[in-house]
Design a protein around this ligand. Structure first.
Ligand code: ADP
Ligand code: MG
Length: 662
């Protein structure tokens, strides 16, 4: 007898369950997706013990015919695709036909379903993959699936589960975000003790954001909307001069390049809409970044990377924004059949998608030019977690019960090119439909006047806070501890960190000079001899040309030793060695492949940091005036090249409020 045998259906299902069902939230995800695929408009989810003991998803969707209900628990049984061609354009969330048999193999599952075209409904009970009972019953239209005792027959799996509250928070977060993706549907999530989320259908994503997160988070978010035809990718300059924003890397360094990029693009558009948080809202992990591709929630490295690029130099690299993005594209442009849990996708035109996301988000961030405020700084972290943690949700139906209806933010249609600066880019863009890209300039929710009374404090005038900050008019008063400049203008009281302010000024200047190949250098009296580690040596080999263009002339001088002959003006002799070593180490640690833009940005940031005036340095009045004037002229005066804030503002309104004058 041979040694190879085919595994039984039951074993195969359990193996598949290992991939599909990782934790209670994965069960919720699969059931929820099935309900959405079934066209449900009301979905109710009940869980107990973080979903380990009990998960129930009830919908008013199409229901299943009696025979189909049985078939649904067979492996690879699906109503959503028929042949391999269908795999190329998957319009539903499900298509693998694996979820139900997988879930049923590791739990006690109870199904109630009724398709209106049939007389009665069907009830099925399955435990550990074995069918216990099938019967007909009078049932309402739709489907209800109850999953009890998850992993009861796979103790090893059960052990890996986290605490009930952790599992519950995963479920809450998942349902929350599906509810955000489908504002037109009714969602409910209940735990044994709490209604965690109850949202009635609304007309727009921002209204749903308001229902779910409340005003404070919504205020911290910027709306993004943009569209570009796929056909534009051949003409859309991938690498472009980027004078408008020296901090933004112009060249893409997407994680992988895709050979498919060269294939004929689909007719149709790549569209993006959603919300990104202002840079001052900072989270410690990526858990608040939600990206939907054609309605499917994905964890995609490419999009994550594009977001990191968009926030680069506005936010420290160790923190993350809150993001809710919906990417829409022709189904043929994206392959969802990458992973059993369907949380990964592959874009046919990766670079195009990457650059589009990066540039759109970056543009929205630049337009908003956030001014960190004292109050906002303090509350930002608290509000960020609202709604993402169970129990912290607003009271159910808070918005709907008051009969309050938000209007979608008015999106001014602007004929505008993406701000890639330079004449070349503008010319190229002008010939493209890209010129019609729409950016909401005023992403804040604005309520029509007639809506008066029912708008709880949404219509106050804080809106002006995020318009171009009038730094030009600042008048310096003095310094706090010789480190922070106090200044005033009609807007209020400002505090400017003198070191990072100067850093921002120098950073942009160095980048400008580098681009014009006119970096000011100083020749050292004596060449500086530096000994490099092997890792530093390797990086040096790669970036020595770029270093030269930035003012560092250095030549090999024996094994692993270099002689530095010139340095950029402004960097003190004593700093040069430290600066070069830091730079080489930093680039060595960089996980992505080095590219020119990144290197020159890093070098510029490093020069700026080492040449900038320090804290604890008294400044004369005219020096302070000069610095503020220079800062006002920068492209991105609000954050230093490393992402820290440069200025804080105590607005007139806040001052009045604090003195109880308003
Ligand atoms: P897939 O979603 O990949 O098709 P599933 O195992 O999740 O596979 O579901 C199998 C089939 O069962 C689906 O194709 C669908 O026809 C049916 N089904 C599952 N859940 C529902 C539901 N809530 N309402 C109606 N039909 C459903
Ligand atoms: Mg499914």
């Amino acid at each position: 007898m041979g040694r190879i045998h085919v595994l039984s259906e039951q074993v195969a299902n359990k193996i598949a369950a290992g991939e599909v069902v990782e934790r209670p939230a994965s069960v919720v995800k699969e059931l929820l997706e099935n309900s959405l695929d079934a066209g449900a408009t009301r979905i109710r989810i009940n869980v107990e013990a973080g979903g380990r003991r009990f998960i129930q998803v009830t919908d008013n969707g199409s229901g299943m015919l009696h025979d189909d209900a049985l078939l649904a628990f067979e492996r690879h049984a699906t109503s959503k695709i028929r042949n391999t061609d269908d795999l190329l354009s998957i319009v539903t969330l499900g298509f693998r036909g694996e979820a139900l048999p997988s879930i049923a193999s590791v739990s006690r599952l109870h199904l109630e379903t009724h398709a209106p075209e049939e007389e009665g409904g069907t009830v099925i009970d399955i435990a550990g993959g074995r069918i216990l009972n099938v019967q007909e019953a009078g049932l309402p239209a739709g489907t209800s699936i109850t999953v009890r005792d998850l992993f009861f027959n796979t103790p090893a799996r059960r052990k890996f589960l986290r605490s009930e509250s952790t599992e519950l928070s995963h479920i809450a977060s998942l349902v929350t975000h599906y509810s955000l993706a489908h504002p037109d549907k009714h969602f409910e999530l209940h735990s044994a003790v709490n209604a965690l989320l109850v949202v009635a259908p609304v007309a727009s994503h921002s209204e749903r954001m308001y229902q779910v997160f409340g005003k404070e988070t919504l205020d911290q978010m910027l709306a993004v909307v943009a569209a570009v035809p796929f056909a534009a990718q051949h003409v859309w300059p991938r690498t472009r001069p980027n004078d408008a924003d020296p901090a933004a890397p112009a060249e893409s360094n997407a994680p992988e390049s895709n050979p498919d990029d060269d294939r004929e693009p689909s007719p149709g558009e790549l569209k993006l809409h959603g919300f990104v948080s202002r840079p001052e809202l900072q989270k410690l992990n990526r858990n608040s970044i939600y990206v939907f591709v054609n309605g499917r929630l994905v964890r995609d490295r490419l999009v994550q990377h594009a977001l990191t690029d968009a926030y680069r130099n506005m936010m420290p690299p160790t923190v993350y924004p809150v993001v809710l993005l919906f990417l829409e594209m022709p189904y043929t442009e994206v392959d969802a059949n990458v992973h059993p849990s369907k949380t990964e996708v592959r874009f046919r035109h990766q670079t195009f998608v990457h650059d589009f996301v990066r540039d759109t988000v970056r543009t929205a961030l630049m337009k908003a030019r956030p001014v960190p405020q004292f109050v906002a700084e303090i509350t930002a972290h608290a509000t960020a977690s609202r709604g993402l943690t169970p129990g912290a949700m607003p009271p159910p139906n808070a918005a709907t019960e008051s009969g309050f209806a938000l209007q979608a933010p008015a999106v001014p249609v602007r004929n505008e090119t993406l701000p890639f600066g330079g004449a070349i880019a503008v010319e190229a863009n002008a010939a493209l439909p890209l010129a019609s890209v729409e950016y909401p300039l005023a992403p804040r929710i604005s309520l029509p006047e007639s809506n008066g009374g029912c708008a709880p404090a949404l219509d106050d005038a804080e809106g002006e806070a995020y318009e171009r900050p009038p730094l030009e008019t600042l008048r310096p008063l003095g310094q706090v501890r010789d480190s922070f400049i106090l200044a005033v203008n009609a807007d209020g009281l400002w505090i400017i960190d003198q070191h990072v302010a100067h850093e921002r000024v120098l950073f942009e200047r160095v980048l400008r000079q580098r681009r014009a190949r006119q970096v000011e250098t100083q020749r050292l009296l004596m060449p500086l001899i530096l000994e490099l580690s092997p890792a530093q040596q390797a990086v040096f080999g790669e970036i020595s040309d770029e270093l030269r263009l930035n003012g560092f002339e250095a030549e090999p001088f024996g094994t692993r030793t270099i002689a530095v002959k010139t340095a950029p003006a402004g960097v003190e002799g004593s700093q040069i060695e430290r600066m070069l070593c830091e730079l080489l180490d930093q680039l060595h640690r960089e996980e992505q492949a080095l590219n020119l833009e990144m290197i020159s940005t890093r070098i510029a940031a490093s020069i700026a940091c080492h040449a900038a005036i320090k804290v604890n340095m008294p400044l004369e009045q005219n020096k302070m005036e000069w610095l503020l004037k220079e800062l006002a002229a920068t492209e991105c005066p609000m954050s230093c090249p490393h992402g820290r804030p440069v200025v804080l503002r105590y607005s007139l309104r806040d001052i009045q409020r604090a003195f109880k004058r308003i």
